[in-house]
Design a protein. Structure first.
Length: 277
């Protein structure tokens, strides 16, 4: 049986070589002409490759027969009364499976390539959407982000100094420490906002938005208050906007959602206010 399967696999591989690789006996209109045929080394590699695939496919015969006939089909061919006919039938099985294996592998490879192409297109579409969102950001909102980036390094350890430095670039005067700034943003000239979602919407629209919490209002109370600049960007947990801030005695954050600016017990008490620029 093994010799028959090897021979049928070799023949199947050669048939595949001639039909699919050399496109014989009926070449396609755009196929290679005789001056463009593969070099000898390439041709030898092709022969070996197609032969191996053919033999491998031929040796699937017992497996496929077992699946279809429950280990009874091929092995029932061992009739001592007609051994030559048995070998011819087995040879035919091996030839069919040996030849079809190449097509199955090509179809499987094409399917994988199509899935990869589809995945790459989805990635490209996502990148395009992200780029479009960046392009469509409000000009004032982008200017605020740019100033936050520019001022961050010099004030990354001073929340009030950072807010004052950025605000001054938009002709907004804020003075004192964080507690003083919170008092100022809830006073005249500022629009008090309802929550983090409202703060995000105003930042997206290009307003200058400040969030803050006085020292005594923190849980537990702190020695100093804390203030942040809210910028255009995503919400965390559907309620905490993006922002920039310095941190007294440490290093603040850039373009991070403000739930990281306060502890869990304090972050929902933050006051937000905005001014048009």
């Amino acid at each position: 049986m093994i010799q028959t399967l090897i021979l049928s696999g070799l023949l199947a591989g050669l048939v595949n070589l001639f039909v699919n690789y050399l496109e014989l006996p009926f070449p396609k209109a755009d196929s290679l002409n005789e001056n463009e045929w593969p070099k000898p080394r390439t041709f030898i590699i092709a022969i070996i490759g197609y032969s191996i695939v053919g033999i491998a496919g031929a040796f699937l015969t017992p497996l496929i027969d077992a699946i279809v006939n429950g280990l009874k089909g091929i092995y029932d061919l061992s009739d001592p009364k007609n051994p030559k006919l048995n070998e011819l039938v087995l040879f035919g099985y091996g030839l069919v499976f040996g030849y079809s294996t190449s097509s199955v592998l090509v179809s499987l490879l094409n399917s994988i390539i199509k899935k990869i192409d589809r995945f790459e297109r989805n990635i490209q579409n996502l990148e395009t959407k992200i780029s479009s969102n960046k392009i469509q950001i409000n000009a004032n909102a982008q200017s605020i982000i740019d100033e936050c980036e520019a001022k961050f390094e010099a004030h990354k350890s001073d929340c009030s100094g950072f807010v004052k430095a950025v605000a001054s670039e938009f002709s907004i005067t804020l003075t004192g420490q964080a507690d003083d700034i919170v008092d100022q943003i809830i006073g005249t000239g500022w629009t008090r906002l309802t929550d983090g979602v409202d703060a995000k919407n105003k930042a997206d629209a290009g307003w200058f938005v400040v969030g803050g919490l006085k020292s005594i209002d923190n849980v537990p109370p702190q020695a100093n208050g804390h203030v942040v600049i809210v910028v255009s960007g995503p919400l965390a947990h559907a309620k905490y906007p993006s922002g920039y801030w310095g941190k007294l005695g440490g290093v603040g954050e850039k373009n991070q959602t403000i739930n990281y600016a306060w502890n869990r017990d304090s972050r929902d008490k933050v006051v937000y206010s905005a001014r048009q620029i």
